[in-house]
Unconditional design. Structure first.
Lengths: 276, 276
């Protein structure tokens, strides 16, 4: 099996939505020039990560940003995991949503962040997404020419249940756009990707915005890939950049054979199930 | 609230069972002299960790090793998490079992390893517990004067489901005797304790046998404690020793307040349940 090549776009996000869309397009193009088959953008790639922006920047599914991503995927011939953007539904509810497109530009997946990010660390970070956003209710696994993949968004990675459910549905690569901050990033970002990858014996990729010194919310950056043994195979720093990684999917089966974790789960003793 | 003081006994385990019991007693005594209220022994503290020994060393519940632990707990006035030992039941099945005693020497908990350790890493470790041992079927949480605690054994720590279930039952400290090896230890031991502690916002302690250069199975040692923020607060190396740690249980509530993980679980979307 040929290794899969993926590109993680750690892009600068600014206030002007149009500039963000232009930058995403240029960077996906650059990644495609390096032969990647799957490209992923960061969380809130078209909108500053701040509650005061989400509603104003939100678009319905099929809106301008959605169309732009679809076109980029088609023109560059890549599976495009569109980071996330604020989505508004017919009832006026706003979600933190990831759309995924195949290389013909067709939507093949959509994930609405299921666990909203609320934090209030003494002397550290304060943020409360649930003031503005509504949580999604679906586990997201999508079919690609490279097998099934899962999508989660940022705070979602803190919940092993969601990752296990994606893996139960066949995901072998899980892509998580996310914007950890300078409190939680150094403390937890790498740890969580490594353990989700290890526990589930999958590849786990995290894609963050570049750190923006002018923004109210300082992204930790550090886009990375963890392999099914829990090793980090590549990572960026705080700055803008593209992380290109070769993913040898045969490692999923190799490690599952050597260290049988998923087959050792005690489904007779406990069950993890989706309620609806 | 006074900090809880716990002692992790990373003891040398040799072939002579009686010597192991004597050493355990001496080391628990030393720990008690340092004012600890809870002491934990390593996995298979009275028996070399090797399939060829387990049946021969096994005892029924209430046997000599059990009685010895009960007496040590009572005489030293500590809650004693008795690492683990091979247990044989009336049907001749052998388990990897942890007994827990209060400071009056009464049994307050019993955990039979629920996930048996099978591994076959190319150029690394081979071991197959399931050739000889039978797995337990119960989630183990016990009441102490310092609140509820959970117990797991070694490979059990690879399964986030079990840890979540203990926490759902109220555990705020989880004690895991375990003997990782020189393949899985450096790769995964610390990572797993940190993430289980962080995901569940509890204290997680791991207690390993000291490394024995003469044994067929080389223990990684590295007994440690991880706090609810996912930090390692103390650890040993490969050698015999006692790790004494102060555990500030108010940190459990502090972190759960600052970073609400458990209350953000989407019980409406997914459920983790015990089947029986």
């Amino acid at each position: 099996m040929e290794p899969l090549k993926i590109g993680l776009v750690q892009m600068h996000v600014e206030e002007a939505k149009e500039n963000n869309l232009d930058r995403a397009e240029r960077m996906v193009e650059k990644a495609a020039e390096q032969g990647v088959q799957v490209v992923a953008l960061p969380e809130m790639f078209n909108c500053p990560y701040d509650n005061s922006y989400f509603r104003h920047y939100s678009e319905e599914e099929g809106g301008a940003s959605y169309q732009r991503l679809s076109r980029i995927a088609r023109e560059q011939g890549v599976v495009l995991v569109g980071g996330s953007m604020p989505e508004i539904d017919g009832d006026g509810k706003v979600y933190n949503t990831c759309y995924i497109f195949d290389k013909e530009g067709r939507k093949i997946g959509k994930h609405r962040k299921m666990h909203l990010f609320d934090i209030n660390v003494k002397g550290g970070q304060y943020f409360k997404e649930s003031d503005v956003l509504t949580a999604g209710n679906s586990v997201t696994v999508f079919e690609t020419p490279y097998g099934k993949m899962g999508a989660a968004i940022c705070f979602d990675i803190r919940f092993p249940e969601l990752f296990r459910l994606m893996v139960q549905q066949g995901a072998r690569v899980i892509i998580t756009p996310g914007a950890f901050n300078m409190t939680t990033g150094p403390a937890h970002w790498e740890l969580l990707f490594r353990t989700r990858a290890l526990d589930n014996q999958v590849f786990a990729a995290g894609i963050a915005p570049a750190q923006n010194s002018q923004a109210s919310y300082k992204s930790y950056g550090n886009s990375l890939v963890a392999d099914p043994w829990g090793n980090i195979t590549g990572r960026l720093g705080y700055e803008e950049g593209i992380l290109v990684q070769e993913i040898d999917l045969s490692k999923v089966e190799k490690y599952r054979g050597e260290l049988p974790l998923l087959s050792s789960l005690r489904h007779d003793v406990y069950s993890l199930r989706i309620n609806k």
